[in-house]
Design a protein around this ligand. Sequence first.
Ligand code: SAM
Length: 217
Amino acid sequence: MQPSRIISSNQHDVHPDLERLVSKHLQTPFHKPISELNKEAFVLANDLYKRHQGNFILDSGCGVGESSYHIAKLYPDAFVLGVDQSEHRLQINSEWDLPDNAQLIQANLIDFWRLAVESNWLVKHHFLLYPNPWPKKKHLQRRWHGHAVFPFLKELGGTLELRTNWKIYADEFKTALSLLSKNECYFEQFEPLNPITPFERKYQLSNQKLYRVTLSF
Ligand SMILES: C[S@@+](CC[C@H](N)C(=O)[O-])C[C@H]1O[C@@H](n2cnc3c(N)ncnc32)[C@H](O)[C@@H]1O
């Protein structure tokens, strides 16, 4: 595996526009039209959600689905749904023979989360593992906490867990969460005993620091 380079950015701290942007998103309804493809994908997902009687776990941006596999093994009574927009990544998952309590679905999360909220989903745990950092300062709105869909994460409930190798992303996520919820937010640097995603493994092998932010809504 190629060593992973430390993120370099022209941004050296929490973005100065972050709080203003999140506050705007909290006050302005997000009405971007939802694509037919994502609606179709959601029909399948909603069927899985309705059929499963126990806890439901979302692995958003699951990539090849390795994390969905590990989470499903860890919580055998829960159902784990991995969602990713990349057909290519989802197809690589053949290495991970998913257990019966997990499935992967191709969809864009910007639509998927809104459909899930519209259908009154409540998840037990929501993993956001190593999202694309978009480290350029001008790309704040492409980071999950800078996107107009961010407030929907609260509506999905449960314990939200973000992992990243970019401390500024973690700092920003924590700041943005504090605008969404008064509940306690935990921030830690951590070293996984057994990495659960390819990105986690790659960063660990490259001796990069990893950060985790969690909050229960
Ligand atoms: C850096 S990769 C991390 C993948 C995996 N979580 C891991 O740690 O190995 C980010 C993933 O998020 C997915 N992604 C980014 N934006 C997305 C969106 N709007 N909807 C669905 N998936 C998205 C990408 O396709 C990619 O697989």
